[in-house]
Design a protein. Structure first.
Lengths: 168, 274
């Protein structure tokens, strides 16, 4: 139990650092910016403490906001994702997900992919909607969400594979 | 009473979510209003210090480009110096009117954002160096933004690439002025609106800051006209202005203290009060 706690704290700090130092500076074509720091919320233990996850994602988003001068948009997007995570689990892995031993950081299966896709979509849409804060930018927001989601997913999968190479 | 407690226990997760959502939405909305929250800004000790550390490393990667820019600026200043006919009257250090050398604070961009609709920069000088909100920020190529908030050692800048940024600007050769803003699309272009149709404007004309701004001195470079079109609603010209600055790659900047600013704003305030 303690080791998962430490792994999560370590992941929290590492992902934040990588996001702030490297990925915040990426901006392809003026639209596409990846946010792989949401991996923390995605990889949080399935049966872990839900209030703990909410508080941790609040802190995660809050630090991101301080570093990117963006008010509360990352905070909002993160806690929305953290709150809807069980529902995405239910959608991707079926109703009885709580009794299975789901490991997300493993070989990519359609279920895992759909989970990451939905999580990234929800997070990015909230983020860009609040960032623009005007409905006149609606098509911009959609385009930005789709492209950035694709980019984030690719990076998330690469990071998962890099950190957890499957030992066979 | 029992039921209330039961309700709270049962829905503790949802209530926590709503509480946190409320806080974060409050922060979001506050950041979009003109008077931004002072907590969430990269001018504070934690993030400012971290950005300075990061910048110390990444600065080395841009040394060559920075040197080129400095050499070019030197060459320009030298040509100004040598081309004066009477060598006894060496021009004042700054040819911009109303500006003295001690009115400029040299600073460095330690964090730059350009991928949001509301972009902010962070500089490594703050109120200890005399930086105050609403000072103008320029570099050797053109304008960069306006100081938004300061802490003792750091300050944040509203970038010219911010949809809330407004500035009075004019066409250099004809003095027709309009309002400069950004439409949130491309990082290389800003828009100059409300230029009267009478103005004879051609592609490639230079756009500079206008005299109505109390933040910037007049005639500081902004960019060149790239595209001209007529606004359907107002029948005025809207110009796409290609920035001289590459806003995605900024190094050292100058912060301008304008001494007249206080006097002008005080005067205008007095006029309104009466």
């Amino acid at each position: 139990m303690n080791s998962t706690l430490f792994v999560n704290i370590f992941r929290f700090i590492l992902l934040l650092a990588v996001q702030i130092i490297i990925f915040n500076n990426m901006n392809f074509l003026g639209y596409i910016s990846p946010f792989p720091y949401i991996l923390f919320i995605i990889l949080y233990p399935v049966n872990g403490n839900k209030s703990g996850l909410l508080l941790a994602s609040f802190l995660l988003g809050f630090i991101m906001d301080i570093f990117s001068n963006s008010g509360g948009i990352h905070t909002t997007a993160c806690i929305v994702l953290a709150y809807y995570r069980p529902y995405i689990f239910k959608f991707s892995f079926g109703l009885s997900y709580e009794y299975q031993t789901i490991k997300l950081n493993d070989v990519l299966t359609p279920e895992r992919f759909s989970f990451i896709l939905l999580a990234a979509l929800i997070h990015h849409f909230t983020l860009f909607l609040l960032e623009a804060f005007q409905f006149s930018f609606f098509w911009d927001i959609l385009l930005q969400t789709l492209l950035s989601t694709a980019f984030t997913i690719i990076l998330c999968i690469i990071i998962i594979y890099l950190i957890k190479p499957n030992r066979r | 009473m029992q039921q209330i407690f039961n309700f709270i226990f049962k829905n503790s997760n949802r209530l926590l979510f709503l509480l946190l959502l409320g806080i974060s939405l409050f922060l979001t909305i506050q950041s979009h209003s003109y008077h931004r929250s002072k907590i969430i800004s990269s001018a504070n000790f934690l993030s400012g210090g971290a950005y300075e550390k990061i910048n110390n490393v990444s600065e080395y990667l841009h040394l060559r480009a920075q040197n080129d820019a400095l050499a070019q600026e030197n060459a320009k200043l030298r040509s100004l110096l040598f081309n004066v006919k009477d060598t006894s009257s060496i021009p004042k250090l700054d040819s911009i009117k109303g500006l003295h050398p001690d009115d400029i604070i040299v600073s460095k961009v330690i964090h730059n954002s350009f991928n949001a609709h509301e972009n902010y920069l962070t500089l490594n000088s703050g109120s200890l160096q005399g930086v105050k909100p609403d000072m103008g920020v320029i570099n050797s190529l053109g304008i960069v933004g306006i100081i938004d908030d300061t802490s003792p050692k750091y300050s944040t800048v509203i970038s010219i690439l911010n949809i809330n940024f407004r500035l009075n600007a004019k066409v250099k050769k004809s003095n027709h002025f309009g309002s400069l803003g950004w439409n949130g699309k491309s990082t290389g272009f800003v828009q100059l609106t409300d230029i009267p149709r009478l103005a004879a404007i051609r592609k490639g004309d230079t756009i500079v800051t206008g005299g109505q701004s109390v933040i910037f001195p007049e005639n500081i470079n902004i960019g060149t006209v790239d595209k001209i079109y007529i606004d359907n609603q107002t029948n005025y010209y809207t110009l796409d202005v290609k920035l001289f600055n590459d806003m995605t790659n900024l190094g050292h900047v100058y912060i301008i203290k304008s001494k007249d600013r206080e006097e002008i704003t005080n005067l205008e305030k007095r006029g309104k009060n009466e």
